[in-house]
Ligand binder design. Structure first.
Ligand SMILES: [Fe+2]
Ligand SMILES: [Fe+2]
Length: 272
């Protein structure tokens, strides 16, 4: 399909787990992303222990990346109670940090939340019994409500959602079944369907599956770094998508990494 001027290329990645040990040096990867995409989506677990120092290391590596960045936090980013500082550091570095917020870029609307866990479908934890169980479920409900409120504010027809936890079971498959309830929540799926979202990106399930769909057919992509390393060993560990103007019967977003990297491997030409 020929590219049009209003086609937007989005790169997606999650679970960077930047650590003070200095073993997470992704600057070359970020430079590769900047050459290939118009914007970068980061879907949480940006740091390993939730330390501001880890966020500073990430911000330093992101500094040469001149394309816009939009991101949500993950559970690891909360570990040291320094999440506000992490948001500030990454915002100062130019990233659009979403927590029930929206961002618009070249005609595409973005909404982002961290999300929460609690399980999927008939196995989802219900708000019943002890207060602590109700509080746990309440957190997932609150995240779903935040997402719903953000989507309600977006007026553009192309709506992309970033979250850290999975909204469906399909993209956590591959993980041990015992931990499915801690990898996401079906409660996050309802707002996606109600607002007919174009596509959803998440991380958290490092051993999950790269793609799935909501019950209404919305594509869901698990872009966890390790998922990409495992499933797309022939290309750099980020996914690349083309977002097009909506047409009848068109989901509006297409993965193009395979096409781009295959072309580069054969002709060593410029980015497709
Ligand atoms: Fe993670
Ligand atoms: Fe996580």
């Amino acid at each position: 399909m020929p590219l049009t001027s209003d086609t937007v290329r989005l790169a997606a990645l999650a679970d960077l787990h930047y650590s003070k040990s200095g073993t997470t040096a992704l600057q070359p990867l970020f430079e590769q992303i900047a050459e290939s995409a118009d914007a970068l989506m980061l879907c949480g677990d940006l740091t390993d222990y939730g330390l501001a120092d880890e966020a500073r290391m990430l911000a330093k590596d992101l500094a040469p990346v001149k394309i816009p960045i939009v991101a949500v936090l993950g559970n690891h980013d909360y570990e040291a109670n320094q999440e506000r500082e992490i948001v500030q550091i990454l915002s100062d570095a130019g990233a659009h940090m979403l927590d029930g917020d929206t961002w618009e870029f070249r005609g595409v609307g973005f909404a982002g939340v961290r999300g929460f866990c609690g399980g999927f479908g008939r196995g989802a934890l219900a708000a019943w019994g002890e207060k602590i169980i109700k509080d746990f479920v309440h957190e997932a409900v609150q995240e779903a409500l935040k997402l719903e409120a953000a989507l309600a504010r977006l007026t553009l027809p192309q709506r992309i959602v970033l979250m850290h936890y999975a909204p469906i079971r399909d993209t956590v498959e591959g993980e041990p079944a015992e931990i499915y309830p801690f990898l996401g929540s079906s409660r996050l799926e309802d707002p996606l369907s109600r607002f007919e979202v174009t596509a959803v990106f998440h991380g958290h399930a490092h051993k999950g599956a790269p793609e799935g769909r909501t019950q209404t057919g919305i594509p869901v992509y698990n872009v966890s770094y390790k998922v990409l390393k495992t499933n797309y060993a022939d290309r750099p560990p980020f996914r690349l998508f083309e977002v097009r103007p909506l047409q009848t019967g068109d989901t509006g977003v297409t993965p193009i990494g395979e096409r781009v990297w295959a072309r580069r491997a054969t002709d060593h030409g410029p980015a497709a």
